[in-house]
Design a protein. Structure first.
Length: 313
């Protein structure tokens, strides 16, 4: 297959791990231990999650700390996504790649992973497994996924709701509403579930994922991965006399979702971005979230005709 086709994946030598994180500083190592890791949906409808992650990078004034490489991601190299056309030089340092981690010394314990490329056909679960294994081994405290949920799943309760934002949390210690920091901006994904819907999973959260979450990219498999890990830890702790070897505790996963379709809804994008800023600020125990700063990608998506968009693959 040709480069850029959905069936092309970069070749890795046999025995080499499919994912690695490379610091932008020569010889450096990216530290995400104890961090809140924000991840874009990677394949979300209308690029909703990806646009909101760009907004977080701009609003928190984060800089690129590392490049993530995986054979499950389609390769991508393009001009900087955070510089206006004509405002950058030809330096390779201004290139944007398929997957990058952003951090800042002024915002400790926060890492943002932007997945700007697509996942190769049939590799979504393999990529999520790699991402989960890496995050857990590096000691990530919690994963927040910003993504979409197809609006075709709306039930009667959703039609009457005051917002199109939803959230669902699995794994780890379930946070209180105050700890979530969502406020009235979003409703639980399963807020309108029927008794029949509740039979779809062992918990209300799992049932709501199976019942409603469609078009969310990596959000669904990450949520289910966290739930399975939490069940495994609970089962191991319940065994009498079982003393497991020390290992990193599995992080919880919080998905912030916007109910949408294929067309760009800039108002929903702004609402989800503001909600994400509030949630991240609450997690980091900041007094106030930063002001929303629209990234160049928002202007690009508004101005460019559909056939001319090249910011996302």
């Amino acid at each position: 297959a040709t480069l850029g086709s959905p069936f092309w994946v970069p070749a890795f030598p046999a025995g080499v791990g499919a994912m690695r994180v490379v610091s932008v500083e020569e010889g450096g190592k990216v530290n995400v231990s104890g961090h809140v890791l924000v991840v874009s949906g990677c394949g979300s409808l209308a690029y909703l999650g990806e646009l909101c992650v760009d907004a977080l990078v701009s609003s928190f004034d984060l800089g690129r700390a590392a490049v993530l490489e995986s054979r499950h991601l389609l390769p991508l190299a393009m001009a900087s996504a955070f510089a206006a056309p004509g405002a950058q030089g030809a330096s390779a340092a201004t290139l944007t790649t398929a997957a990058e981690i952003y951090q800042s010394a002024s915002v400790p314990k926060l890492s943002v992973l932007q997945l700007r490329s697509g996942i190769a056909e049939g590799r979504r679960h393999a990529f999520v497994q790699e991402l989960w294994t890496w995050a857990r081994s590096e000691g990530v405290a919690e994963i927040i996924v910003l993504s979409s949920c197809s609006s075709h799943v709306k039930a009667d309760a959703d039609m009457a709701a005051h917002t199109d934002l939803r959230y669902v949390f699995t794994g780890g210690s379930t946070p209180t509403e105050a700890e979530l920091g969502v406020g009235n901006a979003a409703l639980p994904l399963g807020h309108g579930m029927t008794e029949e819907d509740l039979q779809l999973g062992p918990t209300r959260e799992i049932a709501s994922i199976h019942r409603f979450l469609r078009g969310g990219g990596v959000a669904r498999p990450l949520l289910l991965q966290a739930a399975a890990a939490a069940d495994g830890e609970a089962g191991a702790e319940a065994k009498p006399g079982f003393d497991p070897p020390p290992r990193s505790k599995a992080p919880g996963v919080l998905a912030l979702l916007g109910l949408t379709g294929e067309a760009l809804d800039l108002q929903l994008t702004e609402h989800l971005a503001r909600c994400a800023l509030d949630v991240v600020a609450a997690r980091l125990k900041l007094e106030t979230p930063p002001a929303l700063k629209a990234p160049p990608s928002w202007l690009f998506e508004m101005e460019a005709p559909t056939l001319e968009r090249r910011l996302w693959t």
